[in-house]
Write a protein that binds this ligand. Structure first.
Ligand code: ZN
Ligand code: ZN
Length: 388
């Protein structure tokens, strides 16, 4: 039977986090230059505040507000009136569990639904749209955006802890831009509030305040990817920075999954041209079709031929391949690439972790399988959560 042991740490945390309920500030539609958006409340009441004055009380069904960037200001209308031109606007929720929908009209993009509040401002004719959101609601939205609505419960719990760890470890990432995190892959994907699977909300609640730390009690860089192909990567082999907890592990759980295998082809002519441009010494004596063959039974860092080498991460990036874990065979006038996995391969393998959850492993087992020598702690009361 699982047993939770709480051990008080007697030394200082190396990260500081405020002890009250935490809101964070996330730039939404961050990868678009939005000129105009439409905002409408779905649940609850809001106040539209500018220059510390309430411009409008907003309720479901009676208000749709349009915001358009005008240089470094923004202009606002409801259905009847022009509400004014402002430098900054805050849309403040008046009760818990409010939600609103927001849809860019120029350019036209899909509508999204969020909870919490909104800060709007403008710079060079496009809007800066920031969602002020409770950390747990943000984590639930990220888990649904990153993992979809149909995964096992224990997997959602592990992913909730990972997303919380990442968020708290990167709150200063966009501080010069006036917010903390963006909604894109640069930080974590956050395309909507969590609304498709209540078990994600439960997973976030049951793991509330839990984060992953390394042996020095630093929040870890909790990286993850779709499928490792059977072996994860050392972080230093992908990003040059070594992390004691991001070490290669053999993973049999992600076999026979959606992204376990892939194939691709490249013409031999294009391949030779590519190698030539990347510094390989190409001569008729040193190159023949067979010499291009390259086998990876275990993950390698370099593609090597005749003493020349190139980073597999560069090949993956240049040819937009699903992974660096591929072998190369020649056939007629083209190369056949037989690959395994999808993504950078560092940290948690999502399809493997889902399979572990289906086999009955706990979120703690899953996290400690993919991240070496880490601990799970409650970041508010500084207690170690140790589930054997
Ligand atoms: Zn970002
Ligand atoms: Zn895997």
């Amino acid at each position: 039977m699982n047993k939770t042991i709480y051990i008080f740490f007697s030394f200082l945390f190396l990260f500081s986090i405020k002890s009250k309920a935490q809101d964070i500030f996330v730039s939404i539609f961050n990868d678009f230059k939005i000129k105009t958006v439409v905002v409408r409340p779905i649940h609850g009441k809001y106040e539209f505040v500018a220059n510390n004055n309430c411009v409008l009380k907003i309720k479901k069904n009676n208000n749709i507000i349009y915001f358009t960037a005008l240089g470094d200001s923004l202009s606002a209308w409801d259905l009847d009136n022009h509400l004014g031109v402002f430098k900054k606007i805050e849309i403040i929720e008046q009760s818990k569990n409010n939600s609103f929908r927001i849809q860019p009209a120029f350019p036209a993009l899909n509508e999204r639904e969020y909870q919490g509040g909104l800060f709007l401002s403008a710079r060079e004719n496009h809007l800066i749209i920031i969602n002020k959101i409770n950390l747990d609601k943000y984590v639930a939205g990220v888990v649904e955006s990153e993992c979809g609505p149909n995964a096992p419960f224990e997997y959602y719990k592990s992913q909730a802890i990972i997303c919380r760890t990442y968020a708290l470890g990167h709150l200063d990432r966009h501080v010069k831009e006036g917010f903390q995190l963006c909604d894109c892959v640069h930080c974590q994907v956050y395309k909507n509030r969590c609304c498709k699977n209540d078990s994600i909300l439960l997973a976030v609640k049951q793991t509330q305040n839990l984060v992953i730390v390394d042996s020095s009690l630093n929040l870890i860089a909790a990286t993850f990817h779709s499928n490792c192909g059977g072996q994860t990567m050392n972080s230093e082999d992908v990003w040059s920075s070594e992390k004691s907890y991001l070490k290669s592990v053999a993973d049999t759980f992600c076999r026979n999954q959606v992204h376990s295998n892939w194939t691709d082809t490249i013409s031999i002519k294009d391949w030779i041209t590519y190698l030539d441009t990347t510094g390989f010494e190409i001569t008729q004596n040193t190159f023949n079709k067979d010499s291009l063959t390259f086998i990876q039974e275990h993950r390698k860092k370099y593609y090597r031929i005749n003493g020349d080498s190139i980073l597999l991460t560069k090949i993956r990036s240049d040819f937009k391949l699903k992974s660096t874990f591929f072998s190369v065979y020649t056939k007629d006038n083209y190369l056949l690439l037989r690959g395994r996995g999808y993504g950078h391969g560092v940290g948690l393998c999502q399809e493997g972790a889902m399979q572990m959850a289906r086999y009955g492993y706990s979120y703690s087992n899953i996290i400690r399988f993919y991240y070496r020598n880490v601990s799970i702690i409650n970041y508010r009361n500084k207690k170690l959560i140790d589930i054997p």
